[in-house]
Design a protein around this ligand. Structure first.
Ligand SMILES: Cc1cc2nc3c(=O)[nH]c(=O)nc-3n(C[C@H](O)[C@H](O)[C@H](O)COP(=O)(O)OP(=O)(O)OC[C@H]3O[C@@H](n4cnc5c(N)ncnc54)[C@H](O)[C@@H]3O)c2cc1C
Length: 394
């Protein structure tokens, strides 16, 4: 392993090969993959791990639709396939249960048009997903009223690629796996407030400075203004937060029920009889963490969609802010104009399915070893170009 740039030391402290800002699903996977590769890693988190968008409980691992295949879809597909083994390794290393199961997914078809489109996608799925995963269109669900047949007048799509995971389980497992690695250091309750890339120095909120060979900004929605500033762009140009609200129900549901997804509503049975329901998508909001009548509306729709949860009591309501990059694809790779600084942000609605592969890409970039290809559409430059185009059109 050859680390491309060597860390300088600062204040008598050896600088880590990789300093990571943010202990959400992105930062934790990155820290783990880098530490496993032999890099010295310091992870700095403003509050506690999972304080950001990763602190929810939905955990849907759903592929993009299989038609019009592109780099992003291919990246996500490979990530969804690999995650099963990644999680098995984490669980066997730590003994922490991640609540992963490849349960598949059902999409009710409300119109004849959507049925015809779904029929066309059968060939796309066969071509792009291969023989291991099925994509079928049928008339009735084979799990009784999961979902309600009345909601599927034109049948259903069933696919076997989708899975689900327990977000808190995964965060715990990542932390447990990291905790035993001697080349890993976790600093909680302190945030990165400024970065001087020329000096390879990050300034922290406790007044200390940390040197780094590489710094990864994996701090969710807060990464966008930092990356923009380092790249010499307007603060809000590279991405924003989209609020989502979700609820957890005590439903006594069988854990092998497939995910149900209809027009923005997810219904996800987990291992412990609980069912997670989500989510709103709000571009404008005053209170990022409050829940309100918009969640009650999603719940109402979910209860109609899946009568099994009709009377199930809500045991938790939660809201968080998803990081969405300007180009909608994740943002991954070098920050232009900031030597040694890397972006790992913008996973939006699919972070739990792809963060481990995004981490592999960055670790390969740092070590110079072979890794997965990063789609061009993920690069900071691509997002910045889109931002400039949008501003030119205003
Ligand atoms: C309601 C809802 C439902 C969702 N459902 C799903 C789903 O089913 N499947 C899925 O894959 N995704 C889902 N998502 C999206 C997913 O949760 C996010 O994409 C993901 O959590 C983003 O992870 P992250 O690590 O990039 O950011 P975050 O989880 O937000 O982590 C960023 C961390 O950085 C810390 N931080 C911020 N600034 C600094 C700083 N300067 N220095 C140090 N630390 C800092 C924060 O405290 C935080 O802990 C959902 C999101 C919501 C809101």
């Amino acid at each position: 392993m050859a680390v491309a740039d060597k860390a300088a030391s600062h204040d008598g402290q050896a600088a880590p090969d990789l300093l990571v800002a943010g202990a959400g699903v992105a930062g934790l996977w990155l820290a783990l993959k880098a530490a496993r590769a032999g890099l010295s890693v310091t992870l700095v988190e403003r509050g506690n791990p999972g304080d950001g968008a990763s602190g929810g409980f939905l955990g849907a691992l759903m592929p993009h639709s299989p038609e019009r295949w592109n780099g992003k879809k291919d990246f996500q597909f490979r990530a969804l396939v690999d995650l099963e083994d990644e999680v098995a390794r984490l669980q066997s290393e730590t003994g922490v249960v991640c609540g992963y199961r490849r349960v598949g997914r059902i999409l009710p078809l409300a119109t004849e048009r959507s049925r015809r489109a779904a029929m066309d996608r059968i060939a796309d799925a066969a071509a792009n997903w291969g023989a291991r995963f099925a994509y079928t269109v049928s008339h009735t669900p084979d799990r009784g009223d999961w979902p309600n047949i009345v909601r599927a007048p034109h049948g259903i799509v069933q696919e076997t690629l989708s899975a689900r995971i327990s977000p808190p389980g995964l965060i715990d497992a990542l932390l447990s796996s990291l905790a035993v690695l001697p080349n890993f250091d976790l600093r909680l309750g302190v945030e990165v407030v400024d970065v001087a890339p020329g000096d390879r120095l990050a300034k922290l909120s406790d007044g200390s400075n940390v040197g780094f060979a590489h710094l990864a900004l994996a701090n969710g929605v807060d990464a966008f203004p930092m990356i923009a500033r380092l790249a010499g762009l307007p603060a809000q140009s590279l991405g924003s937060g989209v609020k989502g609200q979700a609820a957890l129900l005590d439903a006594g549901a069988p854990p092998d029920l497939p995910l149900v997804y209809e027009d923005g509503v997810y219904v996800i049975a987990h291992e412990n009889g609980r069912v997670a329901v989500g989510s709103t998508s709000e571009n404008e909001f005053d209170d990022p963490y409050g829940t309100d009548e918009r969640l009650e509306d999603v719940l109402k729709r979910a209860r109609k969609l899946c009568p099994l949860i009709k009377d199930a009591p809500v045991i938790r309501r939660w809201a968080g802010v998803r990081p969405r990059a300007i180009g909608r694809d994740p943002m991954l790779g070098l920050v232009p104009g900031a030597p040694g600084v890397l972006a790992m942000a913008g996973g939006f609605k699919i972070s739990f399915g792809i963060a481990h592969r995004m981490a592999d890409c960055l670790v390969a970039r740092i070590t110079g070893e072979e890794g997965p290809e990063t789609p061009e559409s993920f690069s900071v430059v691509t997002h910045a170009t889109k931002a400039a185009r949008d501003q030119g059109n205003q």
